[in-house]
Ligand binder design. Structure first.
Ligand SMILES: Nc1ncnc2c1ncn2[C@@H]1O[C@H](COP(=O)(O)OP(=O)(O)OP(=O)(O)O)[C@@H](O)[C@H]1O
Length: 228
């Protein structure tokens, strides 16, 4: 689905945060991205999504076709749910989803939206401005929008943060369902269980370099030891 070769990203060009990262994700696969705080995970995900200015990529292929992070056909098929998002403070979920429908040229899927709202127990906040939501509810709104978009490539940056237990379980179910539907998922997290539950391979970002993928260990403690 996605092949990335030699992606570098920086705030100071002389000192890149991510250097020469290369990886691929297949349809129906969830891959984990791990690294200590400040390793560069968010920067890398933003760079892939044309949301970070300081970056270069040797080659990027979406379904085998060469693209750039700015190519419209690629942008319509990838969605980045950020770890923290304070954009559109006056908008509600319904307003945001309508906006995304126009931006992504996608029709509104009322049944799917209702299902996601119910699954994340978000019903009472549906019309509330984002600025009025708790951190967990704001995260739920972001995830509902991401799964509703039904794009080929879902990039989820620390999606578990702030979620309560049942929302976390529902998130894992949705990731597994996304895989079943053939979507590709790249997931960053500091919760080892997210990877053992949802991913088959892990990428480790350390000192600016991305490792070759390793199979996700079955035991959460072995996930943590990969970045120790
Ligand atoms: N706007 C910025 N200007 C300068 N440096 C920044 C900026 N944003 C992030 N950085 C630095 O870039 C590095 C990578 O940050 P990034 O947020 O990508 O890491 P991360 O792996 O997502 O971290 P975390 O797990 O803590 O969320 C860090 O050293 C961070 O301090």
């Amino acid at each position: 689905m996605l092949e990335v070769e030699h992606l570098s990203a920086w705030y100071d060009r002389k000192n890149p945060v991510v250097r020469d990262a290369s990886f691929g994700i297949s349809p129906g696969e969830a891959v984990g991205l791990i690294g200590v705080n400040g390793a560069g995970k968010t920067t890398m995900l933003k760079a892939l999504c044309h949301a970070h200015r300081g970056c270069s990529v040797g080659a990027l292929r979406y379904r085998g076709r060469p693209v750039t992070p700015a190519t419209a056909a690629f942008k319509r098929q990838r969605y980045l749910a950020l770890a923290e998002d304070s954009s559109f403070p006056t908008w509600s979920l319904d307003t945001f989803v309508r906006f995304l429908g126009r931006a992504y040229g996608a029709r509104r899927r009322a049944r799917l939206l209702d299902e996601l709202v119910e699954g994340f127990d978000f019903g009472r906040y549906r019309g509330a401005p984002f600025a009025s939501l708790s951190s967990g509810s704001r995260k739920k709104a972001s995830l509902i929008a991401a799964f509703h978009a039904q794009v080929d490539i879902l990039l989820l940056d620390e999606p578990v943060d702030f979620l309560d237990f049942s929302a976390t379980e529902y998130l894992y179910q949705r990731i597994l369902a996304a895989k079943e539907h053939g979507q590709a998922v790249l997931l960053s997290s500091h919760i080892a269980e997210s990877f053992t539950r949802c991913t088959s391979r892990l990428l480790v970002l350390s000192s600016g370099s991305l490792s070759a993928p390793v199979p996700t260990p079955a035991d959460s403690r072995d996930v943590a030891s990969l970045i120790a």
